[in-house]
Write a protein that binds this ligand. Structure first.
Ligand code: 5GP
Ligand code: ZN
Length: 114
């Protein structure tokens, strides 16, 4: 997807502060952090949102989640707590139409979310 900003980050056409990368995914700091730790984790394969992930690609999701847990451990927030957010489609507030998990932590979270 040439016009997708997250695909541009994957292809190194846009700079990002990359924390982790392998053949299936990339994790990088959010450009507008909402917490002391705010990392985005995305698959290299372009899917607009959770709604478009086919059943046979469900391993993509577990890979991203386990890596989010590892990054939380590395950042020292695993024990304190962290939040993983997956905005999906319009009413959730999803802005970038390339599926991404937000890993947020390093401060007290509140509930309910806005
Ligand atoms: P959404 O609202 O779609 O769930 O979240 C999109 C996130 O992507 C936002 O937190 C926003 O700050 C982040 N973002 C948007 N454009 C860029 C960019 O070019 N680079 C990085 N690192 N983050 C971005
Ligand atoms: Zn994309």
């Amino acid at each position: 997807m040439e016009e997708c900003i997250f695909c541009k980050i994957i292809n190194k056409d846009l700079p990002a502060s990359v924390i982790y990368e392998d053949e299936r995914m990339i994790a990088f700091d959010d450009i507008n952090p909402q917490a002391p730790v705010h990392v985005l984790l995305i698959p290299k394969e372009h899917f607009p949102s959770l709604n478009e992930i086919p059943e046979e690609k469900k391993d993509v999701l577990s890979h991203l989640l386990i890596k989010a847990r590892e990054i939380a451990q590395e950042k020292g927030i695993a024990g304190r707590g962290y939040r993983i957010v997956l905005n999906t489609a319009r009413e959730s507030g999803q802005d970038v139409l390339h599926i991404h998990f937000h890993l947020l932590g390093g401060r007290q979270m509140t509930w309910p979310p806005g």
